[in-house]
Design a binder for this molecule. Structure first.
Ligand SMILES: [Zn+2]
Ligand SMILES: [Zn+2]
Length: 493
C-alpha cells in the first residue's frame, strides 16, 4: 500500500472530513525542500478523496514573521529591515508589493502548475482580521502554565518576564526587539529596544511566538493533519510542546503529524533558503514536468531523505516512464493531467539535439526511427521538447550533450577507418536501431577491432568526440544514408 493511502486510512478511521495544514515562510526562494511539504499534503488529500473522504489543504504563508538576518542574496541596506515582518519590507527587486509577495507569488504559480489546490491564508491578514485575538488573549492569561509546559517539554529554563507574544513596535517597525510589559482587555503594552514604549491592539499589533502561533492555528483553522519538517518533530521540539499546549491550554486535539526529511541538493547538503543553496521550485518545473516533480516525493516515504541531483533527471524520467507503464500508485498520485508517455525521454534528448530542438525536424526523425506519430504523440513531443531543451542546456551532464559536427577534425587509426568503411557498407535504411547496434559488434569482430574502439570511431566521425548516445538509435536518428555519406569522407581515396 502506498504511504499516502496508509495515512488516509488512519485519518478516515477518525473522521471523514479533513483539513491539512501547510506553512512556509516566504523569506527567500521557496525551494524543493519546502515543496515536499506541499506535495506530501496533496498526496494525502488525494488519497483521502480516493478513499471516499473529504479533504482540503490550507496553506499559511508566514509573512508576519520577521526577517531574521540579511541573507547573502540581499543588498546591504536590508540590514535595516532585519526584525521587521516580511510583509512590511519592500520587494528586493521592486516587482511586487512586498518582500513576502516577491517570493510567495512564483511559488503559488508553481503550486498551480503542480496541481496542488490550496486555500491561501496570509498570516498577517489573519492577525489583522482578529482571527488570532482569542488565542492571544488566552496565551497571555495562561502565560505561567504555558511557560511551565514549554520548560517541561524542552528542558529549557523558564524566563520570568517572558510572554508568548511579540508586539510590533509602532516606532521602529520591528517585531523581535519588543517585550510585553502588561496587557488588558484591549491593549498589550510593550517596551522596545529602540526606546519606544506604548501599546498595540490584539488585531495585527503583533504575533504569537512560534510554538503558540502554530498551536493556535490548529484550533482556529480546525486542522486535522499536518506535514512538517523533521526539526519540529524532534524530541522536545515544537510538535511535542504543541501536543501538550493544544490539549491543556486550547482544548484541541492536535493534528495527525507527518514529519518529513530534508531534500538535499546532491553534493551541496540540505537546501536552505537562508544559505542560498537552492533551486527555486519555479525553476525546477521548467526543466521537469510537474508530474515527475511530484513523483520525486511520491516514490519514497516522507521520512526518507531525498538526494536531488538535477543532472540525473534522465534517470528519474526513465523510472517514471517504467512506473507509468505499470500504472503504479505513485504515478497515479503524481499525474496532474492526463498525459502521454509513449516517446521515451532519452529519445527526445537525442532527437532534440540532432534537430536543434525544431519540432518538425524532430517529428521527421522520430518517424524514421519507427516511432508512431499522431496528434497525441505530437502534443506529447511538443511538451517534452521544452523540458528536454531546458534540461540539456542547464543541467545535463556532458556525456549527454552533443553537437553534430560539420567537419571531421580528429585523426582515425587505420583499424578505425577500416571499421567505419566496412560498417557503412553493412548497414542500410531498412535496419532497426537495434539491428544497427548489433552490427557494430559484428563488423568490429570481422575487422578485428575492439567493440569499444568501434563505437568511439562512430562518435569521432559524427561528433569529433570519443563518446555519444547509444549508437544504434543515434545512427537511426541521423539517418543511415546520412551516416554512409559521412563515412565516405574518410573512406574515399
Ligand atoms: Zn518582486
Ligand atoms: Zn522599536
Amino acid at each position: 500500500m502506498h504511504w499516502a493511502d496508509v495515512i488516509a486510512a488512519e485519518l478516515l478511521s477518525k473522521s471523514k472530513k479533513h483539513r491539512i495544514a501547510t506553512g512556509i515562510s516566504p523569506s527567500g526562494h521557496i525551494h524543493l525542500g519546502n515543496l515536499r511539504e506541499m506535495v506530501t499534503a496533496d498526496a494525502v488529500r488525494r488519497a483521502l478523496i480516493d478513499a471516499g473522504g473529504e479533504a482540503e489543504i490550507i496553506y499559511i504563508a508566514d509573512d508576519f514573521d520577521p526577517l531574521r538576518r540579511r541573507y547573502p542574496f540581499l543588498p546591504a541596506e536590508y540590514e535595516n529591515y532585519v526584525g521587521m515582518p516580511l510583509c512590511k519590507i519592500p520587494d528586493p527587486e521592486g516587482c511586487h508589493e512586498s518582500y513576502s509577495e516577491h517570493f510567495l507569488q512564483p511559488f503559488l504559480e508553481s503550486l498551480d502548475i503542480l496541481g496542488i489546490p490550496v486555500i491561501l491564508k496570509r498570516a498577517h491578514e489573519m492577525y489583522e482580521a482578529g482571527d488570532y485575538s482569542d488565542a492571544i488573549r488566552l496565551s497571555l492569561m495562561k502565560r505561567d502554565k504555558i511557560a511551565e509546559i514549554i520548560a517541561e517539554v524542552t528542558g529549557r529554563e523558564e524566563i520570568d518576564d517572558w510572554y508568548p507574544f511579540m508586539p510590533l513596535c509602532k516606532s521602529c517597525g520591528r517585531i523581535n526587539t519588543t517585550k510585553v510589559v502588561s496587557f488588558d482587555e484591549k491593549r498589550i503594552y510593550y517596551k522596545c529596544k529602540c526606546g519606544d514604549e506604548g501599546y498595540v491592539s490584539y488585531e495585527g499589533g503583533g504575533k504569537l511566538t512560534w510554538r503558540l502561533d502554530w498551536v493556535s492555528r490548529w484550533k482556529i483553522l480546525q486542522i486535522t493533519c499536518e506535514p512538517f519538517g523533521k526539526d519540529h518533530a524532534a524530541a522536545g521540539g515544537s510538535y511535542d510542546t504543541g501536543v501538550r499546549l493544544a490539549r491543556e491550554i486550547f482544548n484541541y486535539e492536535p493534528p495527525y503529524p507527518i514529519p518529513y526529511e530534508w531534500v538535499q541538493l546532491k553534493g551541496l547538503g540540505p537546501m536552505k533558503s537562508s544559505k542560498g543553496i537552492v533551486i527555486p521550485v519555479r525553476q525546477i518545473i521548467d526543466i521537469i514536468p510537474p508530474e515527475v516533480v511530484r513523483y520525486l516525493f511520491m516514490r519514497v516515504k516522507p521520512e526518507r531523505h531525498i538526494d536531488f541531483d538535477p543532472s540525473a533527471t534522465l534517470e528519474l524520467f526513465e523510472e517514471f516512464e517504467e512506473k507509468f507503464a505499470e500504472k503504479d500508485r505513485s504515478v497515479q498520485l503524481s499525474l496532474v493531467k492526463e498525459e502521454d508517455y509513449s516517446i521515451p525521454f532519452k529519445h527526445i534528448i537525442i532527437v532534440g539535439q540532432i534537430a536543434n530542438w525544431e519540432m518538425e525536424k524532430c517529428i521527421e526523425i522520430l518517424k524514421r526511427t519507427g516511432q508512431k506519430i499522431d496528434e497525441k504523440t505530437k502534443k506529447e513531443l511538443e511538451r517534452k521538447l521544452n523540458y528536454a531543451k531546458m534540461w540539456v542546456e542547464n543541467y545535463a551532464p556532458d556525456r549527454i550533450k552533443f553537437k553534430i559536427v560539420e567537419k571531421i577534425e580528429v585523426e582515425f587509426s587505420e583499424s578505425e577507418r577500416c571499421f567505419i568503411c566496412e560498417f557503412a557498407k553493412t548497414i542500410n535504411e531498412s535496419m532497426s536501431a537495434d539491428e544497427i547496434h548489433t552490427s557494430v559488434y559484428e563488423v568490429a569482430k570481422k575487422v578485428g577491432i575492439d567493440a569499444s574502439r568501434a563505437f568511439q570511431a562512430i562518435y569521432k566521425l559524427t561528433l569529433n568526440k570519443n563518446y555519444g548516445p547509444r549508437a544504434g538509435y543515434f545512427i537511426k536518428s541521423l539517418g543511415v544514408d546520412w551516416f554512409k555519406k559521412r563515412a565516405e569522407k574518410i573512406c574515399q581515396g
